[in-house]
Design a protein around this ligand. Structure first.
Ligand SMILES: [Mn+2]
Length: 278
């Protein structure tokens, strides 16, 4: 870990939101490119085309608890995953909340490993077109198609609720039943969906939960998804503390004029606002 990063983590005050880029796509299937996402999200976030005002009134431009730790330098798995876990553990030891910018979805597993040390009754809310519950994918158990199988096998969370799913196949259906995953499929999702969580929530947001019309810049486009506003409304219906989040699977090489980066930046603002309001 660099001294700069150590210092930045040491400077976090309780209740801050710490943005951390995870430029990692070695666990991607189909196409790589998600490792290039964090700078695109930051560029959209800080673009003079918009501002840092959140819809509930928080202005991140003047909010000193909104911090950016920069990007982790990640080399090879599984060491990269251990490094992610240890870094997130340090952030949580400061009583700060993590907002991770992927990277592919495999990074959620090492992040949640760290969260499990600090939040024994954590709920995991997962927005995605895909359940990502494969036991292994293309020979890898650390593939971005597998993180929620690893998380559930290790009992890292109390509940896993998946929203927006529209690619469930028999293997993953069996895995969902085996692990007791609560799947709110896209076809059954209603705007008034009530989350009945009774404790802190970590939110993992795969941008392909959104319809490709809203977020084309992903590897695995799946039509028939959510609108940006539907996602924000659903997140707004959470009635429990949001203690961490990740925004993953932006692939700038598949994006159109950084449209999806703008959506990711919007999520950074609204999720940060939500995490600061505890
Ligand atoms: Mn996905």
């Amino acid at each position: 870990m660099t001294t700069t990063l150590q210092t930045a983590i040491g400077d976090l005050e309780p209740g801050s939101v710490a943005v951390l880029g995870l430029p990692w796509d070695e666990s991607s299937s189909f196409v790589r490119g998600a490792a290039a996402a964090p700078p695109h999200i930051r560029q959209a976030l800080h673009s003079p085309a918009s501002n840092l005002a959140c819809e509930a009134g928080v202005d991140l431009a003047t909010e000193h608890r909104f911090r950016d730790l920069g990007d982790l330098e990640l080399d090879m798995a599984p060491e990269a995953f251990d490094f992610i876990t240890e870094t997130v553990d340090r952030v949580l030891s400061r009583k700060a909340r993590l907002l991770a910018l992927g990277g592919d979805h495999s990074v959620t597993y090492p992040i949640v490993r760290a969260y499990a040390r600090h939040f024994p009754r954590l709920n995991l809310l997962h927005f995605d077109a895909h359940p990502d519950l494969y036991d292994e994918f293309e020979g890898s158990r650390l593939s971005h198609a597998c993180p929620f199988a690893r998380i559930m096998e290790e009992g890292l969370v109390q509940r896993l609720v998946q929203v927006g799913i529209r690619t469930m196949n028999p293997h993953q259906q069996a895995q969902a039943e085996r692990f007791g995953v609560e799947v709110v499929s896209m076809r059954d999702l209603i705007p008034e969906h009530d989350f009945d969580f009774d404790g802190p929530v970590y939110l993992s947001f795969d941008l392909d939960a959104l319809d490709p019309a809203f977020a084309p810049g992903v590897a695995h486009r799946e039509a028939g998804g959510l609108s940006t506003r539907e996602c924000l409304r659903l997140i707004g219906r959470l009635r429990v503390p949001l203690v961490g989040a990740d925004i993953v699977e932006l692939n700038p090489s598949r994006d159109l004029h950084d449209l999806t980066a703008v959506v990711a930046a919007k999520l950074v603002k609204e999720l940060s606002s939500r995490m600061l309001d505890l």
